[in-house]
Design a protein around this ligand. Structure first.
Ligand code: TTP
Ligand code: MG
Length: 242
């Protein structure tokens, strides 16, 4: 029986249209509901490309990607997207208010739901400190908030949608380590049903992950928990030590 939100990659390769070299080769893994899968690897390793196949921003060149047991190529796009919350590496805020940006994707969310999402995303304090809180204006591109605030609003926006699959693409990089730790603790506590996929540069952001995939040149070269990889993966040891 396919589980809600389970994400499975089966022998996936991907080449960008017009490119000669594949960016992803032989990617296979299962990300289970209620667990966190972390993806780590150097810049250009293919992490953003990998997660972009889940909501079909691109289609695999070969192999299959499935969500909840359904091949994404056979899923209806709207219902697929409704189940996925992706926080992009460069989050985008549009001209409007804090509230309208948070409701993007789920217009019917109540103010209380927005505050709950902000509390998890560690954005509650700064939004409460704004003169008009949820009604405070946001300029196009989010230029009126800091990079870290933009990241937290973007994380809260994904949480408001209550997706089965939550994907964070380097979403904690602009946060100081204490805020990063509080955010991950809140996610662990409050988001228990979703399949969580975390792309990270910083090892401290992923030490608690149920499985860590180490990527290099479009391949998963090692996998395991933090303590397993410390023992078995020279690549991981190198990432940890830098
Ligand atoms: P990415 O998937 O963007 O690599 P990354 O997310 O691991 O890197 P970073 O940590 O810096 O975010 O890129 C993988 C390769 O694919 C890289 O050689 C650039 C190439 N690429 C394209 O050709 N077109 C694209 O649209 C993207 C996103 C990447
Ligand atoms: Mg990336």
């Amino acid at each position: 029986v396919p589980r809600t939100g389970e994400v499975v990659f089966d022998k996936v390769t991907f080449t960008y249209p017009g490119a000669e070299q594949p960016v992803l080769a032989d990617i296979s893994f299962t990300a289970r509901r209620g667990t966190t899968t972390a993806i780590i690897g150097s810049t250009g390793a293919g992490k953003t490309t990998l997660i972009s196949l889940i909501p079909r921003l691109h289609d695999a060149t070969s192999g299959t990607v499935s969500v909840g047991g359904v091949d994404v190529r056979e899923a209806q796009l709207e219902s697929l997207w409704a189940r996925i919350g992706l926080v992009p590496q460069r989050p985008y805020l549009f001209a409007g208010t804090v509230g309208s940006n948070l409701r993007y994707g789920r217009e019917e969310a109540t103010d209380e739901e927005l505050w709950d999402a902000l509390a998890i995303a560690q954005g509650e304090d700064f939004v409460r400190a704004m003169p008009e809180t949820l009604d405070s204006p946001i300029a196009q591109g989010g230029t009126t908030v800091s990079g870290g605030q933009r990241q937290r609003l973007s994380i809260a926006r994904a949480l408001v949608r209550q997706p089965d699959v939550l994907i964070f693409d380097d979403s904690f990089s602009a946060l100081d380590t204490a805020t990063d730790a509080r955010l991950r603790a809140a996610l662990d506590r409050e988001v228990t049903d979703a399949t969580v996929i975390v792309v990270a540069q910083r090892v401290s952001s992923i030490v608690d992950a149920d499985q860590i995939l180490v990527m290099e040149d479009g391949r998963i070269v090692d996998r395991g928990t933090h303590s397993e990889l410390l023992q078995t993966s020279p690549t991981y040891q190198e990432i940890v030590s830098t």
